[in-house]
Design a protein around this ligand. Structure first.
Ligand code: ZN
Length: 317
């Protein structure tokens, strides 16, 4: 049996899996970010213990725990280098801290990496050994799996697909401090920033009121683009071609059999995908076009706990 936790800024998603990665039960608890997030691991430990009592199980019945965190992780060491959303600053030895609390072998990885692994193991990438995921949400996250294993890179920043440079000419600021990143044009925030930048080039738009009241979101942009609002269409075309450039670069570098699109912005569905596919075929190194399939994620918010369970099954026997 395996325990899984996916720590987010507002909730921690928790799960119990059997050895074949069947989800036995999932639940969530609020994330307590007070005291510099010092209670988060304790709360998870207590919640696991309570739940195991219901099943008449104890930690001895488990091969280990997998924990996903929203920050950069040194995978070998299980150390997180800060997680702003959790009020964690500096290096935190999460693996050691949770092993001391629980006495259970623990594996820690970045949440976007684990969501990718979850989709590869049990979702939209099932039965494919080379998979890359783009998570299009408030920011742009991602993960890279080669030969069934997550790629972490030397410094742990492999798979930071949001920060590949695809839109330098836009000169829009990214959360990382740089400009030109995929995140600066293909996330909710990126779409908003492009709306502010290009609003004045269009006489009138259905987005105008939302822009002036600062209530614009990605959903509204896609909905109005479908209704042929010129500014919205312009933004969607820009966003999808930048995304296609990003996907194209990944396809030529790694030639994965599947590229998975997840996150809130991917809810735009076929309207988004048809545009991305068209540009992808235009841009991409021809031999990589036919062998790379672009699909939507299928596990939603559960991807993280599936990945947390999978990584334990890969590294702890
Ligand atoms: Zn960036």
């Amino acid at each position: 049996m395996i325990l899984a936790a996916d720590i987010g800024g507002t909730t921690c998603k928790l799960g119990i899996f059997d050895p074949s990665l069947k989800l036995i039960e999932k639940w969530q608890i609020p994330t307590d970010t007070t005291d510099e997030g010092g209670n988060i691991l304790k709360d998870i430990h207590v919640s696991f213990k309570d739940k195991l009592r219901v099943y008449n199980l104890s930690y001895e019945d488990f091969t280990g725990a997998g924990i996903g965190v929203p920050g950069p992780v040194d995978f070998e060491a299980g150390v997180v280098n800060g997680a702003i959303n959790l009020n964690w600053y500096g290096h935190k030895d999460i693996k050691k801290d949770f092993e001391v609390l629980s006495g259970m072998p623990t594996i820690v990885d970045n949440d976007a990496n684990l969501a990718t692994l979850g989709e590869q193991a049990c979702g939209a990438g099932r039965n494919k050994k080379d998979v890359v995921m783009f998570t299009l949400g408030t920011g742009v996250g991602g993960g890279v799996i080669v030969n069934n294993l997550l790629v972490h890179g030397t410094g742990g920043s492999a798979g930071e697909i949001g920060h590949i440079k695809v839109a330098v000419e836009e000169n829009l600021k990214c959360n990382c401090g740089g400009t030109g990143c995929l995140e600066s044009v293909a996330s909710t925030l990126g779409l908003k920033n492009m709306a502010y930048k290009y609003q004045n080039e269009f006489e009138q738009s259905a987005l105008d009121t939302m822009i002036s009241s600062d209530s614009l979101n990605a959903k509204a942009i896609f909905e109005n683009a479908e209704k042929q609002d010129p500014l919205s269409l312009y933004l969607v075309d820009k966003m999808t071609s930048y995304l296609a450039i990003g996907i194209s670069n990944i396809a030529a570098t790694l030639n994965p059999s599947r590229i998975i699109l997840g996150g809130g912005v991917s809810q735009a569905g076929e309207f988004l995908l048809s545009r991305v596919l068209k540009q992808f075929r235009n841009f991409t190194f021809p031999p990589a076009v036919d062998s790379t399939e672009i699909v939507f994620a299928s596990l939603g918010n559960d991807a993280g706990i599936y990945g947390a369970a999978k990584i334990v099954s890969q590294y702890k026997k």
